[in-house]
Design a protein. Sequence first.
Length: 267
Amino acid sequence: MLTFPNAKINIGLHILRKRNDNFHDLETLFYPIEWTDVLEVIEEKSLHFTASGLFIPPDKNDNLCLRAYHLLKKDFDLPAVHIFLHKIIPTGAGLGGGSSDASFTLKALNEVFNIGLTTEKLENYAAQLGSDCAFFIKNKPQIGTSRGEILTDFEIDLKGKFIFLVYPAINISTKEAFNQIKPKERDFSIASILQKNIKDWQFELENDFEKTLFPVYPVLENIKTKLYENGALYASMSGSGATIFGIFDTLPMITFPDEYTCWTGKL
């Protein structure tokens, strides 16, 4: 089965408090975009994983696709498979590429082998793989709370808008991002800001990681400034990674250094 795991952006990200389990309570809007990897799951005589495209950092506990397979294998009599991943979405970029690959592996296994898992049960399995994995099961705009795994459907109309996304080849680990973060309680929600005119978001809708990461990586703030100078209605860092995106009425003609990865699309 051939599938195309897509990326996401975070529109607003508040880190509210540190929890007793060393995770953080947060609030964010997860929004899917059409930048995709390529994933194929085929029944084979023995289990193996192969990859092409961008480099995937080694994981001593297996990559997320294999972890998704083993998670279902514990509860269901799955045959061996060959998982092939062509990696296009950069890692460490705040785009959820690895999480998407894992969740799409769960969905592919469920469909190929007729396991019959409901959306809710798939979300429960995905949440065991990572805080934002569950989002990619429904793969529609959702407000994420708790660690990001508690999801609420959210109606937001960005149809007709364009996204310009810039990744300056800086890998920011989740650990690095959270080591510097200063949680801050709010008496208002991201959802309440998102209901306002998009032109108001610039002044009210924050990604809390920008406060600590922009001083360390000033190029990120420079990219955000350049997007606004070229007509962005709203611009922000996505998640805890090094991607900056801008939302536009019409796509601008902006150039960045060749070593940067840029992607444009419709929302």
